[in-house]
Design a protein around this ligand. Structure first.
Ligand code: FAD
Length: 822
């Protein structure tokens, strides 16, 4: 009778044991588990903490007793295998009471999993710092949360488990701060796809710090402080450490088995270790990735379970099945969105030097005309020669799971973008479109490969010199007014044929729209009209905007509260929408993607009379941001915006708002963008601003990039900045007093001479002009995005300066007849 010993009784171990028994009724099978539980749902643990899974018993798929009864497996819980003696083919086991004994084997299976990383950060042993790997960890976290009135938690590490924990703690009404060392969450994703996750986390009021790590945990009288490398200190009630795992391979290492990267147990294609009588599987092993051929880990339940069957088959039948490696197909729910990935990312391909093309599309989860269609972004990477799919990533609200599985299927079978086009999916309007988004991603990829269109990516545009290209936003003027790429001109795709004379033929032309679809039409029009160098922005403005806006969400927990709808709000709790004066019309713009909801809003408002109200519901996440900007620009009054699950509802009163263009200067206001910090340019801008203000015009100065130095307070330098912020702080002028001239520097004497000459000529100093501007009511806005980039803190700016984004500037520019860029 054969004797099989298994180390580890959860995903890989329990599956192997069950399959071994099904193949050999007479074998002796002993499964050792050092913990108290076997075959439980690790993947469900975060949801039990959050209360989504309410009954603890539901986590246990099997018990030692049920395993024994059904499978006749001798399950020994609370017993740890502490050594392997390969010469005698035996293992030593330690019981909870410390006693030891040994057992011999014909074949030994190792499925010991992976253990959470706990780096030697000062203070890491604090009792309020938790990791999550198993049921006892889960019980500890849940008990702590339930019995300690936890208000705030810090999650260190924004991988899949970290984000699941963030969501589940938030679900319990706990404020959550995430700290992540990388520049993005979820490292299997490429940056621009992770950026969509960042923007979603912001809508949920999750505080998060990127490119920042924990330097220490400090216990103070007031409680636990998480000190960050940037100098910040985050007070908290508890910490969940989820910075990653490493193979639990000490037993294998001590036994002299061959190890690979990060000490993972190296196995061959039959899942045998370097000792043919010892097999290994699950989180503990390393195996070549089928795409890059580089050895890698796969910390996923699916592969561990499937490998269990393969190992058992090979043990019983003699190495009959080969393991092909995992393509790491993974999925996670992050609040209202779902994030899926399969294969390898663009960044890995770049690092591995494998040729690829990347393409991004935006689509709907199902037919747009059927209610509740929601946006979906698909990124694929594929071989430019043969079209073989190399990786896929999807972020969306609905239907991500089946699309990522379609891509995984294509990838697993070594298929191509052409096969993606041919997937025959089940279609009816509630489920998909006649061409599924995955079909569409394949079609778009073929257009690229066949040269129907050349594409460019958001980061390439960001780094381009606009002088050398014509950048055309082919969306409608209304969409353009809501925000576009700096330096672009607006030519609606539907007018493109009649406006070709505005586009020089001797320059590269880059076209973009919201998603990349309309701009593809535009590219085709241009290419067939003699434009030789035309490129379409892959993923359109949606991806560009996601990726180029501020990513982290810092310092948000001031004066906040958790609303009844599970969202954390800042400031006063929003009251109900004011009662309607005129009639109220309700429209459902769900399923429409940007700019669909705004266009619908415009069309419906046009039909109403002044005082009537429109209640509009949309599912496009960008609508929450667009609707206030649109109302401000058009003079309609926004009464309420609420988010319920994936739905955004806005109540807008026609004409009830500030009639902006009429009341705020009849379009005669003046707007100045102060980009430069040259003393002479700053002087010129304040001369104009003060002059205009004196004629009664409303003047707005928008200070961006270097221009921020003009409005810095003297003698205030914030110390707790990140490294880049400190570097910028050292290199930049500390206040208006330190500005230089655009010409004539004379080793620093230029500005001194200029100031002297102004004094001699009785011209006010810059500082005096700034003061006069403030007194005259000139509105000064510091650009939030520039502040972040330049490391300028609000406390460093002179009093009276407000902080705003581009929407604030556009709102003002809309009502101006003078708009200067200095
Ligand atoms: P495990 O399932 O971890 O089992 C290893 C067992 O071996 C442990 O119980 C351990 O106590 C025992 N053991 C170790 N050494 C010894 C020894 N010397 N003697 C006796 N016993 C020993 N994957 C997904 O695909 N999707 C998800 O949604 C997902 N969510 C997760 C959520 C959480 C909180 C966690 C922790 C993991 C999640 N995973 C998920 C990962 C997944 O659970 C693992 O990939 C999978 O369980 C690996 O199986 P394994 O058999 O290798 O290790």
């Amino acid at each position: 009778m054969a004797r099989y010993l298994i180390v580890g009784g959860v995903a890989g171990g329990a599956t192997t044991a069950a399959r071994l028994r099904r193949l050999d009724e007479h074998a002796e099978i002993i499964m050792f588990e050092r913990g108290n539980y076997i075959s439980y749902a690790n993947c469900g643990l975060p949801y039990y903490v959050g209360g989504v899974i309410s009954e603890r018993d539901r986590l246990f798929v099997q018990t030692p007793e049920s395993f024994k009864a059904r499978l006749n497996v001798d399950v020994r819980i609370n017993e740890e295998v502490i050594a392997i003696d390969r010469s005698t083919k035996s293992v030593s086991i330690q019981k909870r009471d410390g006693s030891t004994y040994s057992e011999s084997y014909d074949k030994l299976v190792l499925s010991p999993g992976a253990e959470p990383l706990r780096p030697p950060i000062p203070g890491i042993q604090d009792e309020e710092i938790f990791t999550l790997r198993n049921v006892p960890d889960t019980d500890r976290i849940k008990d702590y949360v339930d019995s300690h009135n936890v208000q705030h938690a810090v999650i260190v590490g924004a991988g899949f488990i970290g984000l699941e924990m963030a969501e589940n703690l938030h679900h319990k009404g706990i404020k959550v701060t995430i700290v992540e060392m990388a520049e993005q969450v979820m490292t299997p994703l490429d940056y621009e796809m992770a950026a969509a996750v960042h923007q979603h986390l912001k809508t949920k009021n999750v505080e998060f710090y990127l490119k920042d790590g924990v330097s220490s945990f400090v216990r103070e009288k007031s409680g636990l402080q998480v000190r960050l490398k940037s100098g910040r200190s985050v007070p908290t009630d508890m910490v969940i450490l989820s910075i990653g795992v490493r193979p639990d391979s000490k037993l294998a290492e001590d036994a002299g088995l061959e190890l690979g990267i990060n000490k993972g147990i190296r196995v061959n294609e039959y899942m045998q270790t370097s000792d043919p009588d010892i097999y290994a599987l699950g989180d503990a092993i390393v195996f070549p990735n089928p795409i890059t051929n580089e050895e890698c880990h796969t910390y996923l339940a699916g592969p561990a379970n499937k490998q269990g069957r393969l190992v058992a088959d090979n043990i019983i039948n003699g190495n009959v099945r080969k393991y092909k490696g995992s393509i790491s197909t993974a999925i996670a729910k992050v609040f209202d969105i779902t994030v899926g990935a399969t294969g390898v990312s663009e960044k890995i391909l770049r690092k591995s030097g494998i040729p690829y093309v990347a393409s991004i599309i935006h689509a709907s989860s199902h037919a747009g005309y059927y209610p509740d269609a929601l946006p979906l972004t698909i990124k694929i990477v594929f071989n430019p020669e043969n079209g073989k799919l190399l990786g896929g990533q999807i972020v969306g609200f609905d239907g991500v799971d089946k699309r990522i599985d379609m891509l995984a299927h294509i990838l697993k079978h070594g298929e191509t973008i052409y096969d993606m086009q041919e997937i025959e999916h089940a279609y009816a309007p509630p489920f998909s479109s006649a061409k599924d988004p995955v079909n569409m991603a394949g079609l778009v990829a073929e257009n690229i490969v066949r040269g129907m269109v050349k594409i460019i990516h958001w980061h390439e545009i960001r780094d381009l010199n606009l002088k050398d290209i014509t950048l055309i936003d082919v969306r409608t003027p209304d969409e353009y007014a809501l925000g576009s790429i700096e330096g672009s001109v607006n030519i609606d795709v539907d007018q493109l044929r009649s406006r070709l004379d505005e586009i020089p033929k001797n320059k590269k032309v880059i076209v973009f729209c919201g998603t990349g679809l309309r701009s593809y039409f535009a590219a085709r029009i241009l290419m067939q009209n003699g434009y030789e160098d035309v490129q379409n922005l892959s993923g359109g403005y949606i991806t560009y905007e996601y990726a180029t806006q501020k990513q982290s969400n810092e310092d948000i927990f001031h004066g906040d509260y958790i609303g009844k709808d599970d969202h954390i709000y800042q400031g006063k709790e929003a009251g109900p929408a004011p009662a309607a004066g005129g009639k109220t019309v309700e429209v459902d713009a769900s399923g429409l993607q940007c700019p669909g909801p705004i266009m619908r809003l415009k069309n419906e408002i046009d039909r109403l009379s002044d005082g009537d109200q429109l209640k509009i519901t949309a599912s496009d996440p960008g609508f929450a941001k667009d609707v206030p900007a649109w109302c401000n620009m058009t003079g309609n009054k926004l009464l309420q915006v609420t988010t319920e699950g994936k739905k955004i509802s806005a109540v807008v009163q026609k004409g009830g708002g500030k009639a902006l263009s009429a009341e705020d200067g009849g379009g005669k206001n003046k707007t100045l963008i102060v980009f430069s910090d040259d003393l002479d340019r700053a002087l010129a801008s304040f001369v104009i601003a003060n002059g205009a203000a004196s004629t009664g015009k409303k003047v707005t100065m928008f200070f961006t990039f270097w221009g921020l130095n003009v409005i810095k307070k003297r003698g205030v330098a914030k110390t707790d900045k990140d490294l880049m912020g400190k570097m910028f702080g050292m290199m930049l002028p500390k206040s208006s007093q330190g500005l230089g001239l655009s010409k004539i520097n004379f080793a620093g004497m230029g500005p001194v001479l200029m100031r002297k000459r102004m004094k001699d000529k009785n011209v006010d100093s810059l500082e005096m002009m700034i003061m006069q501007a403030k007194q005259a009511g000139v509105q000064m806005i510091a650009c939030q995005m520039s502040m972040d980039i330049m490391g300028v803190d609000a406390s460093e700016l002179i009093d009276g300066v407000s902080i705003g984004g581009v929407a604030s500037y556009l709102e003002e520019a809309e009502q101006s007849n003078l708009n200067l860029f200095i």
